[in-house]
Design a protein around this ligand. Structure first.
Ligand SMILES: *[C@@H]1O[C@H](CO)[C@@H](O)[C@H](O)[C@H]1NC(C)=O
Ligand SMILES: *[C@@H]1O[C@H](CO)[C@@H](O)[C@H](O)[C@H]1NC(C)=O
Ligand SMILES: *[C@@H]1O[C@H](CO)[C@@H](O)[C@H](O)[C@H]1NC(C)=O
Ligand SMILES: *[C@@H]1O[C@H](CO)[C@@H](O)[C@H](O)[C@H]1NC(C)=O
Ligand SMILES: *[C@@H]1O[C@H](CO)[C@@H](O)[C@H](O)[C@H]1NC(C)=O
Ligand SMILES: *[C@@H]1O[C@H](CO)[C@@H](O)[C@H](O)[C@H]1NC(C)=O
Ligand SMILES: CC(=O)N[C@H]1CO[C@H](CO)[C@@H](O)[C@@H]1O
Length: 550
């Protein structure tokens, strides 16, 4: 037995060790659940940890929850070259310093964004029909990420073909299965950038990229408690992105804060000779972090297009969303803005009845998907056209059409189109009329507004989608404990208690900078994201301390 004085001294000594370990001079390691790009750069610059450590930690976090535990199915593939890429970038940081704010930062990509096959990752839009395909080159946005020193961590699950196959639950793909939300077991993550949303929400990557044609960034941003930017069409390159329509597709960041989203957008935005829509953007890519001003809403006029969009029987929204939205308007007023309410779109009803968007997307999809297939250097499935793809899915029904996920109606409708004829251009002109002439630009001008604001769910994304306008979405609240749980598919529920929802700021083309400012001011005032965490089993436990030096 130890003498009492020695036992006491040991206890005190151990207490001292614990004390100096957790409260010593070095700043604490960032918690990867919430860590910002700035937190990670500070630790990397100070030599507290390396990018190799970061990749190891994110890989371990993915392992914990992707197929194990709650099986969120957020991630399709982890990059076999990521550790080697990280080691090189660690070395470079030591010798010549960092290239950008994303140097050594692991980024997860939606699986419709191409990366060169030699690196080891597939680009499949979630489908076995593209497994093993060889893309001609990295997507335009990936070239920019790599030039900035970012690490491609892997590919995220998604609604297959960015949700353009048929009436299939959000977040499902043949290769990845049904991905689910981290805030309520088996809740809908929304889509089509589902895995990007889930992964960003619980820190399976530092930041993620999604793509949107109509709602595919803003909706999963909303459901997963994130900040997301759906850039103006033509601000970020779509070259090398499995397409739906060049009129509406756009690539943007999905992150835990507006600040991180602004950092990522500043790097991925810009002209790309391989996407001529980008040539129409203003000559200089703004530094979007300069928009991060807490007073950005002061003196601004923000309109509420109430008719149709805030009518629950038309939007399909739960009434609890409307309650939170009225509070959000009060916050916007408190931040010094004038809320113009209502600021109705003359075209509001068209967003319920018009079929023009469907005509445009169906026509473009066939033309552009066939061009995507034609540009592949190799595709082992043998699929070279949309017609082949429809046959492939039917022939591989166990993989691509399991019970509850059989539908190919959008593929079939698109295949029936015969190119960009007069009806197509009429539909495009009608979309311009609905979205701009009697839509966003009409109300902005009539009421002298800086932006519109609406809850993210419902019909909101279409207002901007049909004319390629930007949306910035930030956390607004969470469904209450007594919300009526609904069905969102064979395996998913929505709404459900504690599932997040967002607030969307919308304006005309190339107002991304201003919208980022408005969203930042609202985010800083409310800090809604921090009010609630994922359910315990969906929170990965691995932290940097578990991997450093191992
Ligand atoms: C990419 O697909 C091939 C099958 O064609 C597979 O062998 C490989 O493991 C996949 N890559 C990753 C990172 O999963
Ligand atoms: C892009 O190029 C195509 C043909 O290559 C052309 O039809 C289209 O008008 C161009 N778009 C823009 C925005 O320049
Ligand atoms: C909401 O829409 C329904 C269906 O069109 C309509 O009957 C109702 O009057 C609308 N409510 C309001 C407040 O406009
Ligand atoms: C297209 O929109 C216009 C309104 O601008 C409408 O009159 C027309 O019926 C719509 N066409 C279809 C096919 O929905
Ligand atoms: C354009 O093609 C569609 C099928 O894609 C067809 O329904 C429509 O009638 C055509 N319009 C014209 C003007 O030829
Ligand atoms: C949930 O509770 C709120 C506040 O008590 C109440 O206003 C609302 O009607 C309830 N909703 C349901 C679906 O019971
Ligand atoms: C990274 C990862 O866990 N990927 C998995 C995604 O889901 C498919 C289908 O279950 C698995 O085959 C992958 O291994």
């Amino acid at each position: 037995m130890l003498p009492r004085w020695l036992a006491l001294a040991l206890v005190l000594f151990c207490a001292h060790l614990v004390h100096s370990f957790s409260f010593g001079t070095a700043p604490p390691l960032p918690d990867l659940y919430e860590a910002s790009i700035a937190d990670l750069q500070a630790g990397l610059d100070a030599g507290q940890f390396t990018s190799v450590d970061l990749v190891k930690a994110y890989f371990a976090r993915i392992e914990e929850v992707n197929l194990n535990g709650p099986a969120l199915r957020a991630v399709l593939e982890m990059n076999p070259s990521a550790l080697a890429e990280a080691a090189k970038l660690d070395q470079e940081r030591k010798i010549t310093g960092k290239r950008s704010a994303l140097h050594g930062i692991p980024v997860l990509l939606k699986d419709n964004i191409a990366t060169v096959a030699s690196e080891g990752l597939n680009t499949t839009a979630g489908s076995f029909a593209l497994l093993g395909s060889i893309v001609p080159e990295d997507a335009g946005v990936v070239k920019r990420l790599r030039a900035a020193g970012a690490i491609i961590l892997g590919k995220a699950n998604l609604s297959e073909w960015a949700h353009f196959r048929g009436n299939i639950a959000s977040g499902w793909s043949g290769r990845g299965g049904q991905s689910t939300n981290a805030y309520f077991p088996n809740a809908d993550p929304c889509g089509s950038s589902s895995g990007s949303g889930i992964a960003a929400s619980i820190g399976l990557a530092a930041v993620t990229l999604g793509s949107e044609t109509d709602g595919s960034i803003t909706c999963p941003t909303s459901n997963n408690n994130l900040a997301g930017i759906k850039p103006t069409v033509g601000l970020t390159s779509r070259a090398g992105v499995v397409p739906i329509s060049d009129r509406q597709d756009t690539v943007g960041p999905m992150t835990r804060s507006v600040t991180d989203a602004a950092i990522v957008l500043s790097i991925i935005a810009g002209k790309d000779p391989n996407d001529n829509f980008t040539l129409a953007q203003p000559p200089i890519v703004p530094d979007f972090t300069k928009a991060l001003n807490k007073n950005a809403l002061r003196g601004k006029r923000i309109g509420v297009p109430r008719r149709v969009f805030l009518n629950d029987s038309l939007s399909g929204n739960d009434p609890s969303l409307g309650v939170a939205f009225e509070e959000a308007l009060n916050t916007i007023r408190a931040l010094g803005a004038t809320v113009v309410d209502p600021a109705d779109l003359p075209s509001a009803e068209d967003f319920v009845t018009s079929n023009n968007e469907t005509i445009v997307l169906n026509t473009d999809f066939k033309v552009q998907l066939n061009a995507y297939f034609a540009a592949l250097l190799k595709n082992p499935s043998g699929v070279r056209t949309l017609a082949d793809l429809i046959k492939f899915d039917d022939a591989n029904a166990a993989l691509e059409e399991p019970t509850g996920f059989e539908d190919q109606s959008q593929f079939i409708e698109s295949e029936a189109t015969t190119g960009r004829n007069a009806s197509y251009f009429a539909a495009l002109a009608a979309d311009h009329d609905i979205g701009s002439t009697r839509g966003v630009d009409f109300v902005l001008k009539t009421f002298n507004l800086d932006a519109l604001v609406l809850p993210a769910p419902g019909l909101t994304s279409s207002i901007a989608a049909v004319v390629g306008y930007p949306i910035v979405t930030v956390p607004m609240g969470f469904y209450p404990a007594n919300v009526t749980i609904g069905s969102a598919g064979p395996e998913t529920v929505y709404p459900a208690p504690g599932v997040p929802f967002g607030l969307s700021f919308i304006s005309t083309a190339f107002t991304d900078f201003e919208l980022i400012g408005f969203a930042f001011a609202y985010e800083q005032k409310t800090q809604t994201r921090l009010a609630r965490k994922a359910f315990p089993a969906a929170i990965p436990k691995t932290q940097l301390v578990d991997v450093i030096g191992k």
